[in-house]
Every structure is written in structure tokens, then in C-alpha cells.
Design a protein around this ligand. Sequence first.
Ligand code: UT7
Length: 328
Amino acid sequence: MRAQIIGVGHALPERRLTNQELEQMVDTSDQWIVERSGIRERRIADPPTKCSDLAYQAAAMALQRAGIAARQLDLIIVATATPDMSFPSTACIVQDRLGASNAAAFDLEAGCTGFIYGLDVAHKYLLSEDYNYILIIGAEVLSRILNYEDRNTCVLFGDGAGAAVLGKGHDGYGLLSSVIGADGSGARFLTLPAGGTAMPASLETVQNGLHFVQMNGNEVFRFASRILPEISSKVLQKAGYTYSDIDIFVPHQANIRIIKTAMKRMNIPAEKTLINLDKYGNISAACIPVALSQAEEEGRLKAGDLALLVAFGAGLTYGGVLLRWGRD
Ligand code: UT7
């Protein structure tokens, strides 16, 4: 048995926030943002739009492309760091909206690596006879937890969602290997300090801006530059492939310099690399499924392609998946 992605979808808010607009909001410049990160604009959800709204839209597209009904789903996993609320899980809200009444549902928190963690988990569930179809959604409304007075973070992130339906296949297509991991000693480098049990919400936490993302960019950068090639080589080795076999490289979209360092170390050319951070910024767990969905739409991702997906994120977490794109 092989877990196969049988349908992908995405949802992106219409509103674009450009670097030029950010220049009017904080002490930054288009030149700095482009040179240091590669980002030119990002999408921002309108005030009433919740994580579950974007998740639902991406999921509906993925189900339609997969050609299965929501009631056929056995499990829904929503990978997010920006759920509608602490509980109930966003996955349960999406389950109800889709009418996926036969599906179990839970949220998965692995920061920007959430979608990769989701693929790994789904693959293992699909080994069981009880599960035939699993929906994984990476969905984020990061604009709600950004401080638009903090230039270190607000220029980097955006909103959006991507989804994939996984089914069982028996041919050469599907997931060939996966590796996930974490280094909790780096947890302090990327946090949302308040609102949990460590620091419950209070007037003081709000006044001190502790409900916003706080990041040590240099530390995350160092970690990412080391881990992307490391995890890539582990995933490839596990399945008996090498860098030169890769048809499509789909890295987490945090910073163009991190991606280029990985491409250089792995000798992967630009035409084999999916990059969308210039248009959407870092949409955390949604980056990779959005890239997959759009690449398939554009014909850049074809049946038979060997795709390597790798990510890192808050935790610090990391993970990679190697798959043969397509379905039986
Ligand atoms: O998905 C995981 C999420 N996070 C990441 O992946 C983040 C990884 N890290 C990065 O992408 C990069 O470290 C950043 C883009 C965040 C920062 O780039 P950098 O080249 O590491 O810059 P830096 O932090 O070393 O800062 C250089 C200077 C500083 O000024 P001083 O102290 O040298 O005077 C910053 O204050 O750039 C300043 N700076 C800015 N200037 C203009 C920081 N942000 C901005 C900004 N506009 N938006």
C-alpha cells in the first residue's frame, strides 16, 4: 500500500499587502525586504475571515479534484498555528462545514512543518484498514498574530490555506519516504508568548504585545540553513534516491536565501524549485500545499514527477517527504 495525494486545493485571500504599503506602516523598505527575504507582497484575510474559512475553501477544492465526497473521509487533520480558537479544534469546525460526518478530526501544531507532519501521520494511519481517505489542511491567518509595528516579523508572513486528500494506491505513485523531527531546545526562538497556560491573557499581556509573534530571525535562519539539506538527504537516502533524481523541489517558503543555500548544497536548479514566497510571503503550514496545488494547476507538477517536500518551523520542528506525484 502506498499513500497517494489524490487531490489538492488552495485558498488565498484577495487582499494584497505590498512592500510599498509596509513602508508606510513601519521603518522598512521594499529593497530591504526583497534583498533579505525575497518577499514582495503577501495576502491578508479580511477581518471576518477565520482560519476555518480558508481551510474549508481549500478543502472543498481538494475534495472536488480528488473526486470523492466529504462523507467518505475518515480523518481530517488541520495543521495550523492560528486556529479559530484554542478549542474546539479548527478541524472539527471544518468537518461540520464540509459535512464530513464519518471523519475523526484534530488539529496538529508543528509550526511551519505542520503539513509535512500531517503527511507523515496520514501515511501511517492509511496503513490501517480502518482508514481509506484522509484530508490534510495547512491553514493560517498569521496577520491576526503579527505586530504591524515590529519590522522584524510583520514583513515576513501572510495568510492562506492549502489542502490535500490522501487515499490508498498500489502502483508506483505516492509517498516513498518521510522523516519528521524536532529540536525543542530551540523553542524560544519562535513563540507566541501569551494566551496559553504559561501566560494567560490579561490586560498586561495585551499592553505588552505578548499576543504577537516573537522571533529570533538569525537563530531560525541558522537552523533552517543547516536542516534543509540534512533532512533532504535523509529522506532521499531512505527511499534509495539521490539529489539528481529530484524533478520538483518544494521547500518551505520562509526566505529566498535559505532556499538558495539549500539548492546550492543539493545542486538543484531553479527550474526544478517551486517558489511562491515573492507573492505570498511565509504562510507557515500552508506554504507547501498552496505551492503543490498551484503547480499542478499550471502543469508544472506532472504524474510521475519525483517531488521532495521539506520544511522547518516553530518548535523547532523539521520534516521531509519524498513522493512520486500522481495516482493509480
Ligand atoms: O518559518 C519559519 C519562520 N521564520 C523564519 O524562517 C525566519 C528566518 N530568518 C530570516 O528569514 C532572516 O533572519 C530575517 C529575514 C528575519 C532577517 O534577515 P537577516 O539578514 O538575518 O537580518 P538581521 O536580523 O541580521 O538584521 C539586520 C538589520 C538589523 O538592523 P541592525 O541591528 O543591524 O541595525 C535589523 O534591525 O536589519 C534590520 N531589520 C530591518 N530593516 C528594515 C530587521 N527587519 C527589518 C525590516 N526592514 N523589515
